[in-house]
Design a protein around this ligand. Structure first.
Ligand code: SAM
Ligand code: FES
Length: 346
């Protein structure tokens, strides 16, 4: 197995069968070996710096019905909310004062946020915070819509492909959604000039090692600037409520592999990872992650943006999370920096 990891370190890629072999057979020793190479790689590109992105969860309305997601349209037991432009800007102000230089606008696919409204919000953020990056995570749109947001001042876009296997995609989503369209969106975003992030959940229902190998191959081919992965965690009001959560060890192992595959990628240690293990985010960084995405949403709405059960940090103010995260990061010898943290070509 070490030979395969050496090969991944050297070639930044493996054959599908080799990925499957590692996913099925990795053990503690293999993981430790992988993580040491992943840390070396990440330090070559980022030293021991960790970038922070302020997440603003601006709407929990969603027209989609993904089977795994707590804010799916079919969940009638969520109290729905939308933030106004003023509320969003006030989250940015709060974040800016705490040292954030990237803001991530994330939400369900909410038709009430028309293009006109989105463009107006993005322009106001761009004007108010010219030295900050604006990341969008608002789902599938047309080329022209993505282009309009880009022209208004958005720089980056997060759109996880969720799974690169057609059959698996159908098991996670209703018929109204397709993998082909998701991939087309990702290609369009890249073409327009966004720094693009994709990714998937680890341990989502019906996922096999083969699906994961296909995810890695898809990511290699797309060559995104950011890759976000986190464990699937069941939500009590979804069709997947009785499925088990994804494994932390496998998530960390995949983070390590992704670091070797795209050495300069921006890879977050996700909130979901911090939810399944109290030290999940620290372990993520020690496995090759270099980004954290704490929440800047107003405290009153945090619990309502519950994608999965027991999501952490829903009761803490942004300032509290900021201190907590900085302490967590320094406890493992890394440090949070006040930078935009753009992707840098090698
Ligand atoms: N609507 C946008 C989209 O689809 O890209 C952004 C919001 S969506 C809720 C953000 C991500 O949350 C999804 O890409 C998915 O991978 C993740 N997610 C949703 N439900 C989850 C769950 N039960 N466990 C872990 N992650 C989940
Ligand atoms: Fe939110 Fe620790 S990061 S409380």
């Amino acid at each position: 197995m070490r030979e395969l990891i050496d090969k991944l370190y050297k070639n930044h890629n493996l054959e599908k069968e080799e990925f499957i072999y590692l996913i099925e057979n990795f053990d503690k020793d293999t993981s430790e070996y992988l993580f040491s190479l992943a840390q070396t790689t990440s330090q070559e590109h980022f030293q021991k710096e960790v970038y922070i992105r302020g997440l603003i969860e601006f709407t929990n309305y969603c027209k989609n019905d993904c089977y795994y997601c707590g804010i799916r349209r079919g969940n009638k037991n969520v109290s729905r909310y939308r933030l106004s432009k003023e509320e969003i800007l006030s989250c940015c102000q709060n974040g800016y004062e705490l040292g954030f230089r990237t803001f991530v606008l994330q939400g369900g696919e909410d038709p009430a946020f028309t293009d006109e409204i989105m463009v107006d919000i993005i322009k106001a953020m761009r004007e108010g915070y010219p030295d900050c990056a604006i990341t969008l995570s608002i789902g599938e749109k047309s080329y022209d819509q993505y282009q309009a947001y880009y022209e208004a001042g958005a720089n980056r876009f997060l759109l996880r492909h969720e799974t690169a296997n057609e059959e698996h995609y159908k098991k996670l989503h209703p018929e109204s959604l397709s993998l082909e369209n998701r991939k087309e969106c990702l290609r369009n975003l890249k073409k327009i000039g966004y720094q693009v992030g994709t990714g998937f959940m680890v341990g989502s229902p019906y996922q096999t090692p083969e699906c994961l190998a296909e995810d890695l191959a898809f990511i290699k081919e797309l060559s995104p600037q950011m890759v976000g992965i986190g464990p699937f965690i069941p939500h009590k009001e979804t069709p997947f409520k009785d499925f088990p959560a994804g494994s932390m060890d496998l998530t960390l192992f995949l983070i390590g592999m992704l670091r070797l595959m795209i050495p300069n990628a921006l890879i977050p240690a996700t909130t979901a990872l911090g939810t399944i293990d109290p030290k999940g985010r620290e372990k993520g960084i020690l496995s090759g992650s270099n980004v954290l995405m704490p929440n800047l949403s107003p405290i009153g709405v945090r619990k309502k943006y519950e994608l999965y059960d027991n999501k952490i940090c829903t009761g803490e103010e942004a300032a509290e999370c900021n201190v907590c995260l900085r302490n967590r990061v320094s406890s493992i010898g890394y440090n949070v920096v006040e930078k935009r943290g753009d992707f840098v070509e090698i």
